[in-house]
Write a protein that binds this ligand. Structure first.
Ligand SMILES: *[C@@H]1O[C@H](CO)[C@@H](O)[C@H](O)[C@H]1NC(C)=O
Ligand SMILES: *[C@@H]1O[C@H](CO)[C@@H](O)[C@H](O)[C@H]1NC(C)=O
Ligand SMILES: *[C@@H]1O[C@H](CO)[C@@H](O)[C@H](O)[C@H]1NC(C)=O
Ligand SMILES: *[C@@H]1O[C@H](CO)[C@@H](O)[C@H](O)[C@H]1NC(C)=O
Ligand SMILES: *[C@@H]1O[C@H](CO)[C@@H](O)[C@H](O)[C@H]1NC(C)=O
Ligand SMILES: *[C@@H]1O[C@H](CO)[C@@H](O)[C@H](O)[C@H]1NC(C)=O
Length: 230
């Protein structure tokens, strides 16, 4: 899907991309590499971790090294980091040192099944290309940042099995591409925002211990929704 979209970029867009990326192609990549290394330094990592493949690049080395040999990292054709998958890597830490602004090319971000804690920073809104977000099975706390409502491409949102409180933000109703929201097993309260009725592509909403208001139930038929309640 994503790669198809890439092929069908309009000529104008293509020109802009060429103009803006040619002069310091490797510099942009290098900034992403350094951003990831800074975040890595803030994490507790087991000694035998696959993350030991994330090493500082030697002087004058090829900035595309992380694209080919760093665990969990996949780059796009332009050399920017597009996917980050550190699922089940026994990692402990927070997102405080994660540079969302540098890693704005991410389309897939998977930190599931680790020991991440602390809040999901509002800066996550800078990941405007993100399609797939999986922070499930960690210890994230705080609220679901309403800024997630800016991530227009988001299709999958997995936050289940954390320690997230507050309610489901109304702003999720802006995310027209969402097909799957799984937020069960947190400390969420409140009701389901009626804005979710805007999500015509939504087929799975996985909740747990939330109060279900009548307007939401009325919308069920319209959405042909698969609602998993435990
Ligand atoms: C990890 O390596 C450090 C330094 O080599 C060592 O001090 C520490 O005991 C090791 N930890 C474990 C859990 O093996
Ligand atoms: C960097 O590596 C890529 C792929 O391995 C290669 O195509 C490119 O020419 C290299 N660039 C430099 C400056 O060595
Ligand atoms: C991340 O890796 C795990 C394990 O290899 C896999 O099950 C999962 O689908 C991957 N996530 C993404 C977004 O590709
Ligand atoms: C989280 O940390 C605890 C305590 O160190 C450990 O027992 C558990 O296996 C870790 N969980 C994951 C998913 O790494
Ligand atoms: C869950 O978050 C609250 C703060 O919102 C904190 O007091 C509590 O210790 C957290 N629980 C766990 C198991 O992390
Ligand atoms: C929902 O949780 C928040 C913070 O966790 C709390 O301040 C609020 O009173 C709770 N609301 C209800 C209706 O329980």
């Amino acid at each position: 899907m994503t790669s198809l979209n890439f092929l069908f970029f309009s000529p104008t867009l293509l020109i802009i991309i060429i103009l803006s990326s040619t002069p310091n192609f490797s510099c942009a990549s290098l900034e992403e590499v350094n951003a990831l290394l800074k975040w890595k330094a803030s994490l507790e990592i087991p000694n035998n971790s696959f993350l030991s493949s994330w090493l500082p690049l030697p002087m004058n080395s090829n900035a595309s090294v992380p694209c080919t040999s760093w665990f969990g990292v996949v780059c796009n054709a332009g050399g920017s980091i597009q996917r980050l998958n550190l699922s089940s890597s026994s990692l402990k830490g927070t997102l405080h040192q994660f540079s969302f602004s540098m890693l704005h090319s991410l389309t897939h971000f998977d930190l599931s099944v680790n020991n991440f804690s602390g809040p999901i920073p509002p800066e996550i809104r800078l990941l405007t290309k993100l399609v797939y977000l999986d922070f499930s099975e960690n210890k994230f706390s705080g609220v679901i940042p309403p800024e997630i409502g800016n991530m227009n491409q988001l299709t999958i949102l997995y936050l289940y099995s954390n320690n997230i409180s507050g309610s489901i933000p109304i702003e999720l109703g802006n995310l027209k591409s969402l097909t799957d929201i799984q937020v069960a097993y947190n400390q969420l309260n409140g009701s389901i925002p009626s804005s979710l009725a805007n999500l015509k592509n939504l087929h799975t909403l996985y909740l747990h211990e939330i109060n279900y208001p009548v307007p939401f139930l009325l919308n069920l038929e319209i959405w042909s929704l698969l609602l998993i309640l435990r």
